[in-house]
Ligand binder design. Structure first.
Ligand code: SAM
Length: 342
């Protein structure tokens, strides 16, 4: 009987793994570092918007995606900055949708520019739409983001539900800023088939003075257990979030311990920044300059080999990755989530 090559699964789909045997099947593409909002926990300090030539072009992003799908990636999330500020985004999504083997295509957005694109996204059979929403107060929304656009975002959330795009809301938990609203945000899932997710703040605020809050995963869990109807955890393979059903709710709530880094053992994702750096961990400072490699004329096999090499020395978790940064570690870093993509 002939032996199947180790990199092929029983269904002959390629499988990409790292040095610790973690399956890598998910890539987050940050397609721009520009954003029309200026969220206090995310914004870069000073100007960071890179010249267009510094960004990976759509052609380069599509080529990388095809290559990665051929290696075992089956899910792509488009993020940024704000993806919808990049001209031609919907056409780009259509091109990605046509890639055979790409099973899930998802988008993370602040939703302020989403309304005109909802029908196109429905036609694209988007597998997931994540919308950032940190508050239900108009004044606070303006204070957090720099724009008075809460009403628009709330309206587009309802419209996305109408066209039946699977929806998650992301709230970054900000001590003293929105922590008195966590229950109200969670209750958005009471009558809607959505997941409302609460994210521990992470030190990627562009050096604006990140302070680890005491609203960590454990406290969030206790808070919801004490104040919402009974919660039942629903373990989901490969999920970054701890997901809970809430008695009587149509939707669910999710808790994301991005600062606690408690899901590294099953982390299935890599990231590509707008400038084309590949990250094998949110907390590393980039392990492969894909833009230089692409623009240097490398062929697909060579690029695939370099990606595999990086995965062959992936750090065990986000603490190890952070400790190996050469920019002074996270404390000395001015990394901004807008240049990483979340
Ligand atoms: N512009 C889009 C948006 O607003 O969702 C996509 C990019 S944004 C960087 C992606 C996600 O990262 C959002 O859910 C945002 O709330 C989250 N995020 C940004 N900065 C963060 C931080 N310092 N800690 C935790 N999450 C953060």
């Amino acid at each position: 009987m002939s032996q199947r090559p180790a990199s092929l699964s029983a269904s002959s789909k390629p499988v990409l793994t790292d040095n610790l045997g973690r399956v890598i099947n998910y890539v987050r593409l940050a397609v721009t570092d520009r954003c029309n909002l200026n969220c206090r926990y995310c914004r870069p300090k000073g100007p960071c918007n890179e010249a267009r030539s510094e960004l990976l072009s759509y052609e380069e992003l599509e080529r990388l995606t095809r290559l990665l799908v051929g290696m075992g990636i089956n899910k792509v999330r488009i993020t940024g900055g704000e993806p919808l500020v990049r001209h031609g985004m919907i056409s780009f999504l259509r091109r990605l949708r046509a890639i055979a083997g790409l099973e899930q295509l998802a988008l993370t957005t602040n939703a302020t520019l989403l309304q005109p694109h909802l029908e196109a996204l429905r036609e694209l059979r988007l597998s997931g739409l994540n919308i950032s929403l940190d508050t239900l107060s108009r004044e606070r929304f303006a204070a957090i983001t720099g724009q008075d656009l809460l009403a628009e975002v709330l309206a587009v959330i309802e419209a996305a539900l109408q066209v039946q795009i699977p929806l998650k809301l992301n709230a970054v938990v900000q001590e003293g800023i929105n922590t008195d609203e966590l229950l109200d945000l969670a209750r958005l899932a009471a009558a809607r088939p959505i997941q409302v997710r609460f994210i521990e703040p992470m030190p990627f605020d562009g050096g604006n003075g990140f302070v680890a809050g005491n609203w960590n995963l454990a406290r969030l869990r206790e808070h919801f257990q004490a104040n919402l109807p009974p919660l039942t955890e629903t373990p989901l393979a490969g999920s970054t979030a701890q997901v809970f059903r809430v008695a009587g709710f149509r939707g669910t709530i999710g808790l994301i311990g991005g600062f606690s880094r408690c899901f590294c053992a099953t982390c299935n994702k890599i990231r590509i920044t707008p400038q084309g750096m590949m990250k094998t961990c949110l907390y590393d400072e980039g392990v492969l300059d894909l833009k230089a490699i692409l623009r240097g004329g490398a062929g697909d096999e060579e690029i695939a080999g370099l990606i595999r090499e990086c995965l062959g020395r992936r750090q065990v978790d986000g603490f190890a990755a952070a400790s190996r940064r050469k920019d002074g570690g996270l404390a000395g870093s001015c990394a901004s989530m807008a240049t990483i993509g979340g």
